[in-house]
Ligand binder design. Structure first.
Ligand code: GDP
Ligand code: IMO
Ligand code: MG
Length: 474
C-alpha cells in the first residue's frame, strides 16, 4: 500500500509533521523530488528535528529513500546523517543511483543568476541550494548522477565536459570572476573553505566527490529506487511518498517562473521513484493544506495580508512593525504560527486561504483526502476569511489562471467565517474531531465541500500529539 503526501499551496504546509503522524504505519518513506531546498520540521518524543534532505521517516527508524527524481547534495546528506547520529538516531537512508548530484558550481550559479535577476527585481527568491541549475543540467543531458560518483573514470570524464561550460557561463555571460570566488568564498558553503575545494576546479571536485561515492558504497546506501521499492511493496511494506515544496511552486502546475524546478504534484511520485502511476494511484493522495497561506520568495499572492520587503512585489514596509489592520493580522498569524523559514529564519508572507488555488491543487494531484494544519493558529480571531473565488476582467473565476501575470490581476472575492476560541491542542487530538470548536468544524466542512475531498487529519499544534486523526491511509 502507498500514500502520497503533497503540499497543496506554496510549501511549508506542515508536510513533515503529517508524514510523521502517519509514519507509524509506514515502513518506507520516500522523497521523489527536490533536494535540500525543503525544510521539514518533525517533533518526535519532545525533540524537534529540522530536515532538509533526509526524509522525515529518519527520526522514526524507517527505511528512507531519496528517489531518482531528487537532486542530492552529498555534503548536506552526510551532514544531516551525521547530525542525526550525534543525537542518537541512526537513520537508514538509501539513494537512487539515478538521482542527480548538486555540485558546488550549481550553488554558485544559483546565486549568480538570482543576483543578475535582482537588478530588475525579477529574482525568484530561491533557497540558493543549486536546485534550478542542477535540474537544468539534468534536462540538458550534462548532469551527473549519484551512480557516476562511484566510477572515478566516468566522474572525471563528465566533470571535464561540464565544468568548463559552467566556468564559461559564469565568466563570460555573467562576468563573474570565478578565481576571485575561490579566494573570497561564495554564497556556497561548499566552495573552498570546507575541504571540497574550489567550485569550478575539476581536480578538486573529482577528489571530493569520488570520496562521497566511496562513502555511499561503504555504507551500502545505493539503490535502483524502482526495483528497491517494488520489492518492498511485494513484501507487503507500506510506502509513503513525502512530497517537498507545494503545488503552486511546481514547475508545470505552479506560477512559473516563481517556482522550484521539480514536480511536487502527485505525478512526480511516479516519475521520481520508478513506480508506475497505478502504484501511486492505488493509495491515498493526501493534500496538505495550511489553514491560511504563507509564501517564501517572490510572485503574486492575491489574498496576501502583510508583505515582506524583497519578496512582496512593491512592498517596503516592516513586517515586525505593522501599520495597517491587515498587516497587524498578518503579524499576529506569523507570530502565532511561527511563520519564519525552517532553514533560513526569514519571515514568510502571510495571507488568507486561497480556495481557487486549492481547487487547482486538488485537480492536479487528485487528492483523496486532506490534512488541514494550523487550525490552532487562527484560534482567537473574531473572524476568519478565505478567498472563495477571484474576479478577473469583471468575471468570477473559480481556479488559478495559467499565467502568473493574469493571476496577479485577480482580485479575491472574500468569504468570512465566524472565528473559534482558543483550545487545548493535545486534548482536542485525544477527544477527536467532534471535540473541535464548532466554528472550526464549519470552516473545515466548507473546505471539504469546495474541494469535494474529506478531511483526514487536522493539525491543532506543532507537536505530533496535536493532530486530530480521522482516517489513516494505511
Ligand atoms: P513543511 O515544509 O511542509 O514540512 O512545513 P515546515 O516544517 O516548513 O513548516 C511548518 C511549521 O508549522 C513547522 O514549524 C511545524 O512545526 C508547524 N506546524 C505544523 N502543523 C502545525 C499545526 O497544526 N499547528 C501549529 N501551530 N504549527 C504547526
Ligand atoms: P518545503 O518542502 C517553501 C521556494 C523558494 C523560491 C522557489 C524556488 O519546506 O515546503 P528553489 O531553491 O527551490 O529553486 O527556490 O521555491 N521554495 C520553497 N518555499 N517551502 C519549500 O519547501 C520550498 N522550497 C523552495 O523560496 O521561491
Ligand atoms: Mg518547509
Amino acid at each position: 500500500m502507498t500514500a502520497t503526501i503533497v503540499g497543496a499551496q506554496l510549501g511549508d504546509e506542515g508536510k513533515g509533521g503529517i508524514v510523521d503522524v502517519y509514519g507509524d504505519d509506514a515502513d518506507v518513506v520516500v522523497r521523489y523530488q527536490g533536494g535540500d531546498n525543503a525544510g521539514h520540521t518533525v517533533v518526535h518524543e519532545g525533540t524537534e528535528y529540522k530536515l532538509s534532505l533526509v526524509p522525515s521517516g529518519a527520526v522514526r527508524g524507517k527505511v528512507n529513500v531519496l528517489g531518482n527524481g531528487c537532486v542530492v547534495n552529498p555534503r548536506t546528506l552526510f551532514d544531516e546523517i551525521d547530525a542525526l547520529r550525534e543525537r542518537g538516531v541512526d537513520p537508514d537512508v538509501r539513494v537512487a543511483r539515478r538521482a542527480h548530484v548538486i555540485f558546488p558550481y550549481h550553488r554558485v550559479l544559483d546565486g549568480i543568476e538570482e543576483e543578475a535577476k535582482s537588478e530588475t527585481g525579477d529574482e525568484v527568491g530561491t533557497t540558493g541550494r543549486g536546485i534550478g541549475p542542477t535540474y537544468e543540467d539534468k534536462a540538458g543531458r550534462r548532469g551527473l548522477r549519484i551512480g557516476d560518483l562511484t566510477d572515478p573514470d566516468v566522474l572525471r570524464k563528465r566533470l571535464e565536459y561540464v565544468v568548463p561550460i559552467k566556468r564559461t557561463l559564469a565568466e563570460e555571460v555573467y562576468g563573474v570572476d570565478v578565481e576571485e570566488k575561490r579566494e573570497t568564498g561564495s554564497p556556497s558553503p561548499n566552495d573552498g573553505a570546507d575541504g571540497v575545494g574550489p567550485a569550478f576546479d575539476v581536480d578538486a571536485l573529482h577528489g571530493a566527490y569520488r570520496e562521497y561515492g566511496e562513502r555511499l558504497v561503504r555504507e551500502d546506501m545505493l539503490v535502483d529506487a524502482g526495483d528497491f521499492l517494488t520489492d518492498r511493496i511485494d513484501d507487503g511494506a507500506n510506502v509513503m511518498f513525502e512530497g517537498a515544496q507545494g503545488t503552486i511552486i511546481d514547475i508545470d502546475h505552479g506560477n512559473y517562473p516563481y517556482v522550484t524546478s521539480s514536480n511536487p504534484t502527485a505525478g512526480g511520485a511516479s516519475t521520481g521513484t520508478g513506480l508506475a502511476p497505478d502504484v501511486v494511484g492505488d493509495g491515498d493522495v493526501i493534500g496538505i493544506v495550511k489553514a491560511y497561506l504563507t509564501r517564501v520568495g517572490s510572485g503574486p499572492m492575491p489574498t496576501e495580508l502583510g508583505g515582506v520587503p524583497g519578496d512582496t512585489p512593491g512592498y517596503d514596509g516592516d513586517p515586525e512593525n505593522p501599520e495597517t489592520a491587515s498587516e497587524e493580522l498578518a503579524h499576529r498569524i506569523r507570530e502565532a504560527g511561527n511563520e519564519y523559514g525552517t532553514v533560513t529564519g526569514r519571515p514568510r508572507r502571510v495571507g488568507w486561504l486561497d480556495i481557487p488555488m486549492l481547487r487547482h491543487a486538488a485537480r492536479a494531484s487528485g487528492f483523496t483526502g486532506l490534512a488541514v494544519n494550523h487550525i490552532d493558529t487562527l484560534a482567537g480571531l473574531d473572524e476568519v476569511t478565505v478567498g472563495h473565488s477571484y474576479t478577473l476582467d469583471g468575471e468570477a473565476v473559480r481556479t488559478i489562471p495559467p499565467t502568473t501575470e493574469r493571476w496577479a490581476e485577480c482580485e479575491p472575492n472574500l468569504r468570512t467565517f465566524e472565528g473559534w476560541p482558543e483550545f487545548d491542542g493535545s486534548e482536542a487530538a485525544e477527544a477527536g474531531y467532534e471535540a473541535l470548536p464548532e466554528n472550526a468544524r464549519a470552516y473545515l466542512e466548507y473546505l471539504e465541500d469546495e474541494l469535494d475531498t474529506p478531511v483526514y487529519a487536522v493539525g491543532v499544534g506543532p507537536a505530533r500529539t496535536e493532530t486530530v486523526v480521522r482516517h489513516s491511509p494505511f
